[in-house]
Write a protein that binds this ligand. Structure first.
Ligand code: CMC
Length: 432
């Protein structure tokens, strides 16, 4: 709480309203308008929520002007260099880094929840062989709601925990099964002796006839990508999970709603779209043509992997990923990877172009992630699924935080109505 106040004078009466100003640990202050409608009879208007804080949260902090990202106070650069995805998952969920015993217990729990009910696997039979994996993710993850009736009391912290563990553990299994359905291979069961990332690669690339040896660099690169994508405060998909969950809805169904939101090309779908864009460009010679299209106001075309609602300086995740990209391509792929060369050239041209400089459009996390995924042998249509695996941790952490908040209530935005004023129903024969 704070004793800072903001004054609002409303026309036409000139009535003065005093509003509380809320300060967080860091970041801009926020004007508390909760009682504005009941006291003054007006709404605030902020399409796209550009200036709206929708909740209190102590999970992730972003400073878009300085290019800062911290999970529970820890800089993303330190976590990327020193931590593991499972440790970061614990940190996001519970607020503190685990000690050795806590980490080992948590690892054990996540490992033991990786199998899915056999009946769930039969859901895949209902999908066409070439269904997009994100379409299957939306349906199959939502269907988990029909399996776990022992974790449905969202106000019981133990049940919430079990639900969070199930989601984090089972998402990679479901994700790999989506790919197996696409290519017609048998679903692979998880291996409890492998790390979170190595187990995923085993389920994605292995077959019952031949096991898949995961390269240690690939395992580390994947783990790092999962860390970088694990949370990003109130982004579209996380806000979707929160809003869906605000009605008290089933958490598995809420995460399915988050996957739906993530799929869009303006959000998690961008990593797949970047590769499509680079392939379409084909050569450094065509970059100017595509940049011209992105700048043309009459053309809806955008450079995928550029720009961010919050980062107006640089995306700290993109900096980390760029380095990893070099490393992975050097060791695991053809070092003269033409797409990477093209991406580097595109980045160089765009970041020096007046249009992009003026609008503060820098490469974001998705600009490089697809290139790394491809070098790791992950198919293009699985890129956004990879994002979903990682972001599940953020979604469940935010859902848990929201549900355990004493101020928890249904989210219900208002609108400015621009439709027809009251009019009377006319019989069909009298209409023009
Ligand atoms: N290419 C060309 N112009 C762009 C781009 C782009 N990628 N992004 C924004 N602009 C222009 C836009 O046309 C507008 O210009 P003007 O002021 O002249 O009208 C200005 O920059 C501001 O854009 P905006 O659409 O108002 O910005 P936003 O904050 O609403 O959108 C964004 C943010 C990420 C959706 C957008 O930059 C975009 O569509 N980028 C491409 C998709 C992408 O890479 N998404 C991944 C985001 S990072 C991963 C994640 O968190 O999901």
């Amino acid at each position: 709480m704070t004793d800072k106040k903001a004054n609002l004078i409303l026309p036409p009466s000139g009535a003065l309203y005093e509003l509380d100003v809320i300060s967080g640990t860091e970041g801009p202050d926020a004007i508390d308008i909760t009682r504005l409608y009941s006291d003054a009879g007006v709404f605030t208007y902020d399409p796209g929520f550009v200036s709206t804080a929708s909740c209190h949260s102590s999970i992730t902090y972003i400073d878009g002007d300085e290019g800062i990202l911290r999970y529970r106070g820890y800089p993303i650069e330190q976590l990327a260099a020193k931590s593991t995805f499972v440790e970061v998952a614990y940190l996001l969920l519970y607020g503190e880094l685990p000690n050795a015993g806590q980490l080992s217990d948590f690892n054990g729990i996540i490992t033991r929840h990786t199998m899915v009910n056999e009946a769930l696997l039969r859901f895949f039979e209902g999908y066409h062989y070439d269904a997009h994996p994100m379409a299957m993710m939306v349906g199959v993850v939502g269907s988990l709601a029909g399996f776990y009736h022992d974790s449905l009391d969202i106000f019981d912290s133990r049940q919430r925990d079990i639900c969070a563990h199930r989601l984090i553990a089972k998402i990679p299994t479901i994700a790999a099964a989506c790919h197996k359905h696409n290519i017609g291979e048998p679903v692979m069961y998880p291996r409890n002796d492998l790390s979170y990332s190595a187990n995923f690669m085993h389920m994605l690339k292995g077959t019952p006839c031949e096991s898949y040896e995961v390269d240690p660099l690939a395992e580390r690169a994947l783990d790092l990508l999962f860390i970088l994508h694990a949370d990003h405060e109130q982004n579209a998909s996380t806000s979707t999970v929160r809003l869906a969950g605000s009605s008290g809805a089933n958490p598995f169904a809420c995460v399915s709603a988050g996957i739906t939101s993530l799929w869009g090309p303006a959000h998690g779908g961008a990593n797949e779209a970047v590769l499509t864009m680079l392939e379409e460009m084909g050569s450094v010679r065509n970059i100017d043509k595509y940049i011209a299209r992105a700048k043309d106001k009459d053309d809806p075309y955008r450079l995928m992997g550029f720009g961010h609602r919050v980062y107006k300086n640089h995306d700290p995740r993109a900096r980390i990923i760029r380095e990893v990209c070099h490393l992975v391509l050097e060791k695991l792929a053809d070092s003269n990877n033409p797409l990477f060369e093209l991406a580097l050239k595109l980045e160089e041209i765009a970041v020096n172009d007046e249009y992009f400089v003026e609008r503060k459009l820098y490469p974001n996390v998705d600009f490089y992630s697809g290139i790394i995924y491809r070098a790791l042998g992950i198919p293009d249509n699985m890129f956004t699924v990879m994002f979903a695996i990682a972001r599940t941790v953020g979604w469940v952490s935010h859902w848990t935080e929201m549900v355990s908040d004493p101020q928890f209530r249904i989210g219900r935005p208002r609108q400015i109505y621009d439709g027809a004023p009251k009019r009377d129903y006319s019989p069909i024969g009298e209409r023009g």
